[in-house]
Design a protein around this ligand. Structure first.
Ligand code: V47
Length: 367
């Protein structure tokens, strides 16, 4: 075993990982700065297998982006529009219901609705959307509305985060997705999303959700202006909240897509495969209190997502069906992946496909 890590300079970190010790901020920085991707992947895979064995998860789900009109207009985003702009849209409640209904025969277990901060959409729209989805798809789990949308509703209606969350929960909301986290460091937020809620506020929404028994996801948007240290700081803040609530289900790194965004002019390139794998693997190592790390095939491509199963990843997300946010920003993947394809990718990696629901309950295992 020792020979494996010779000359990597990561021997002490490897020792800590293999003996179950928590990694520090500095360990995270050293891992992300190291070119020794195979050692990092080996260690991450070791931890992933301790937590999940050979099981790799996927979900049959459908995304709906209900509006792209957004008061925040983050600089990394190609999806947001001002009302009246070309391509600006809001789905009516009937349209949301029709999209949910169109999935009725697909045996989907999750509906994922996220959109912009549209000042014309009030809490009653969200409540009614949830009720209608549950009416046409009874039994489906609704994982919808980012912390940013929840905070916006609280502000618009002068309600507490908890009051908004309880109102949404009573209407059918089961879980929050992980979007809107970006990178918590104020320096980064000032540069790329100055109008967005702070990192602390994002964490407070998730803490409030966990407090009412709602499980949630977490993300990090990487590959733009953030430093390695800021990435690690973000991960440690998530780890700290997870220590206190245990409410996070999974962590999903999101690779920045620059096309058509205000940041395109900065000349930033898409993240490299090397960086994608390292962020996934180092997340697996630092987030020792998260059960799952998800590679979102739609953003990093199905082939790299499959390879990431050897770098600490145990979840490939889902069938998705339709998606605007990454595709408006130049994602060159499909918007839909069949269940058969997801199963084949997992089997071809020598692993056991597990169809899960949002809460990681097994729907079916071993296809
Ligand atoms: O909140 C915006 C990010 C998020 C870009 O919780 C961008 O299971 C890349 O959160 N390039 C939406 N990313 C997607 C999201 C998500 C996706 C899949 C699963 C889950 C989950 C969550 O996408 C936004 C923002 O953080 N984003 N613009 C862009 N140009």
């Amino acid at each position: 075993m020792e020979g494996l890590f010779l000359k990597s300079g990561l021997e002490d970190i490897a020792e800590r990982v293999l003996t179950g010790k928590r990694l520090s901020f500095n360990d995270g920085v050293r891992l992300l700065k190291s070119p020794d991707i195979l050692t990092i992947g080996y260690l991450a895979s070791h931890i992933c297998r301790q937590k999940n064995g050979d099981r790799v998860h996927f979900i049959v789900n459908r995304h709906i982006n209900h509006t792209n009109i957004c008061a925040n207009r983050c600089k990394f985003c190609a999806f947001g529009r001002d009302a009246g702009d070309k391509g600006a849209y809001v789905l009516s409640l009937d349209e949301i219901e029709a999209k949910a209904l169109a999935s009725r025969n697909e045996n989907i277990s999750e509906i994922h609705i996220v959109g912009g901060l549209n000042p014309d959409l009030k809490l009653d729209y969200y409540v009614e959307a949830l009720k209608r989805v549950k009416r046409v798809l009874p039994g489906v789990i609704i994982q919808s509305f980012t912390a940013v949308e929840v905070a916006y509703l609280a502000e618009q209606h002068n309600m507490s985060l908890q009051e908004v969350l309880i109102t949404l929960k009573e209407a059918g909301l089961d879980s929050l997705p992980g979007g809107g986290a970006e990178v918590f460091a104020p320096r980064v937020r000032d540069l790329v999303c100055e109008k967005k809620i702070s990192g602390e506020h994002w964490l407070a929404v998730h803490e409030a959700a966990h407090g009412i028994g709602m499980r949630t996801n977490a993300t990090m948007l990487y590959g733009h202006v953030e430093t390695i240290e800021e990435r690690v700081d973000h991960l440690i803040k998530l780890r700290d909240l997870q220590d206190s609530t245990g409410g996070f289900l999974t962590f999903i790194p999101l690779a920045f897509h620059p096309k058509n965004t205000p940041m395109e002019a900065m000349g930033l390139a898409r993240s490299t495969g090397y960086d994608d794998l390292k962020v996934l693997a180092v997340s697996r190592l630092l987030l020792d209190n998260f059960d799952h790390i998800k590679a979102y095939w739609l953003m990093i491509g199905p082939k790299l997502a499959q390879v990431s199963l050897a770098f600490g990843v145990d979840d490939l997300d889902g069938t998705v069906v339709e998606e605007q946010i990454a595709h408006d920003a130049g994602a060159d993947t499909e918007q839909y992946m069949s269940k058969k394809n997801l199963i084949n990718m997992i089997k071809a990696a020598g692993r056991i496909p597990v169809e899960r629901d949002t809460l990681y309950n097994t729907i079916r295992e071993g296809f």
